[in-house]
Structure formats: C-alpha cells, structure tokens
Design a binder for this molecule. Sequence first.
Ligand code: BGP
Length: 474
Amino acid sequence: MPFSEGFLWGGATAANQCEGGYDEGGRGLANVDVIPHGPDRGPAMRGDGTPLSCDDAHYYPSHEAIDLYHRYREDIALLAEMGFKVYRMSIAWTRIFPGGDEEEPNEAGLAFYEDVFRCCRDHGIEPLVTITHFDLPVHLIEEYGGWRSRELIGFYQRLARTLFTRYKGLVRYWLTFNEINMILHLPFMGAGLVFAEGEDREQAQYLAAHNELVASAWATKIAHEVDPGNKVGCMLAAGSYYPYSCNPADVRDAQLKNQENYFFVDVQARGHYPAYALKKFERDGIDVGMTAEDERVLAENPVDFVSFSYYSSRCTAAEPPEGAEMTGNAFHGVKNPYLAASQWGWAIDPLGLRITMNDLWDRYQKPLFIVENGLGARDVVEADGSIDDDYRIDYLRAHIEAMRDAVTEDGVELLGYTTWGPIDLVSASTGEMSKRYGFVYVDRDDAGEGTLERRRKKSFWWYKKVIESNGEDL
Ligand code: BGP
C-alpha cells in the first residue's frame, strides 16, 4: 500500500473562483472582485493602475462564478460521491468582516461557512481551510494601502481568532495564505498592492511579505491556543527552478530564483529570516520594519506542515540564449525544451513534482501536503453529453505516480493530495471559465452564458477509483 491509511485524497477550490454571490449575505467588496478579465487583467493583478470599484459585466466571472454560494450542498455531494476524504476551500474575508477592520463579524457569513463545514462532515469529508486565498477587503486597500500596513496584522489576527473559535471541532486543518510568494509576482492579487508612480516596488513587496509572514505566525499561535489539535500549514506556489544548462552561471541563477521562493517557507517553517534575505535587504536598502516582538512570534510559531501547489517545474538562464523561447505566466523563465506544455503553455513535468517534493522535504523536514495540482484544458462536450478528458487523466496519473515514488522510494512524508478545481471554476490567471480543471463539468462559458448544470466527466469515475483503491489503481 503506497499511501498511508488516513491519506487525505480530495480537491481544492477558492472562494472567489467558485462562490459567486459577491454582494449577498452582507459580503463586502474584495480585491478579487475588481480585477477584470480580458487584456486589463494582467496589469491589474500586478497592481498597475488597478481600479478599486467595478460596475460592468467586465467583472462577471468572480461575481457569479459557478454559484457555489447557493449550490454547495449539491457540489459537496458530488465530491463525496468521488469518495473525497478532504475538501480544501477558502473563506472570503469580506463575508466575515466586510470592510476588514470592523470590531464585530458578520453573522450571515459565519453561518454560511458553518453550514458548508457541517455539510462536509456529514459526508465524512475533512475541511482544509485557506484563511485567505487571493482575497482582501477593498476597504483595507483604500484606507491602509493593503498589506503594506502593519495594521493589517491586527485585522488578520481578529479574522483568524474568529474563525478558529467559531469552527472549533469542525475544522482542524488550516492554511494561512494561499501561494504567499505570489506577492512578488502578482502583488495586487496577493497583497492588495497598487503602486504609485515611481514607487520602490520591491520595498513595498517585501514589507507586505513581512506583514503577512508575521500575521501567519500569529495565526499559527492563536490556532494552537484555541485548539491544540489544530494543524496549520504555509502554502507555496512551488515548482523547482532548473538551470537551462550546466553553465555555473545558469545554476547560480536557478539557485537565486529558488531562494526567492523558499524565502517565505524558510521564515514560516524555520521561524527566522534566512541569511541570504537579510543580505539582500542590506544591499538593496529594503526595510521591513522588524520588531523584537515580530522576531519572537516568528521564532516561536513555525507551521506544522508545508503545503504547496504544483503545476509545473520552471527553467531559467542567466542570459537566455539566442532563440530560446520564453514562458510568460506569473513565473517568467525559459521554455524547457525537454517538456511538452498545456494549452496555456504550462510545462508538463511529473518528475518535477518528485524533485520538488524532495527539495522541500530535505529543506524543512516537515510533513508536506500537495494542495493544488492539475491540468487546465478546454473540454469538449460530445453530442451525447459526455466529456472524455483522457488528457486530464493522463496528467494526473503521471503526477500521482511521481508523488507515490517520492513517498515510497524517497521517504518523503506526505499528508494528502488535493487536485485543483475538482469542479470547474473561474481561472485565476485568465478570469475565465474555459480553462477547466474539474472532474465535474459546469455549463458556463466565458461570456457568462450557460445553465450552470453540473455534469460528470470521464475523469470523475477515474478519480473515484483512485481514491477507492488508495492510489493503487491508477
Ligand atoms: C494557483 C492558484 C489558484 C488557481 C491555480 C490555477 O496559482 O492558487 O487560485 O486558479 O493556480 O491557475 P489558473 O486558474 O490560472 O489556471
């Protein structure tokens, strides 16, 4: 048996990409609600001139999404039908504190998630909850400048304490910030940063990072105080960087890029800033405003486990050679000539998952949790209504095999595996529906048309079998 008895198989979603109901139940406006889809999306996610309000259809996907807000019972039943042991989902901060800085939480929001968790428990599904998944009240951006402000640490503490208290006994697994390293790549999405002209962006990004790291340590502390049974993890957009060649300059470049990512987990898992980061701050004149109390809370509250998303490995060159193709998602790099890619140009590299797992395990010696993995693809609904997504099955099978090898051959400790978007949802990078990851198809297109009907794809039956056999029958 490659995987342990209690291995947590399941899937992962994020509030803003599936709930909809963006102005219902007293919910406030969040950064993710004001990021349009279409050509303005990239600059908005990066904090270039992002508008802080929205009033047209340009914003439809995150506003209506797949309407999970009203259909969660039906959707969780579908996940249960596949045998899910765990469902990773996130809280919309603005449902709990609509502006982010209120003294008292919004009961309608708390009741909504309580119902979702109870529904999971009724099906024997363990909820794994991301406290913030690319999600920040617009009010905190307008009033305080987003995560630049230390005041957000206090607001986040209040949010975390409210959740841990209210859901004590219902939720045991928590993640503090989704893909925390995205602050460096998509700073509006990750930290609500809108840049002023001429602003020192790195200074703002590392300041925001520091505030999130300290907030994360506080949340870990509070989680353990409220219930010593709580397990708290950090969450990294992982995928090791390979050097484009064995030229030492390329190897060094890959090392630097890897450090840029590990920086976050180094602090969250080890409890202190790594030397290379302190040196960088010194060199570049970056001041994160570290206090003695920050240092103490970081040191005393490392995370219990290290979770990460993995879609592909990355490849980098000190000087991209003439004619080398570049890749352009959030992580810029050189196209790896040895790997095929998805319809969106994301390299497909199952062995890279094993490599990444070993890198993280060697570095931290903390249990790992793969909380996102999957293939975004355009699905075709056949005349008889079926969706034969063999390409998705192939991708997942190869990645599960690699993860199995990391566990059985390399001895990596792994708590569980949740695929991204088990039910189709809105894509974070494109803001559209057509980039699908699900085992369950949702009838909704990029223009917002469709019945929202749910339909099982071929991969639905395949994943059910994988879970049933605890990963033996792939
Ligand atoms: C991660 C995010 C998710 C998600 C996923 C897939 O970065 O944590 O929110 O959407 O990537 O990306 P995309 O939706 O852009 O295909």
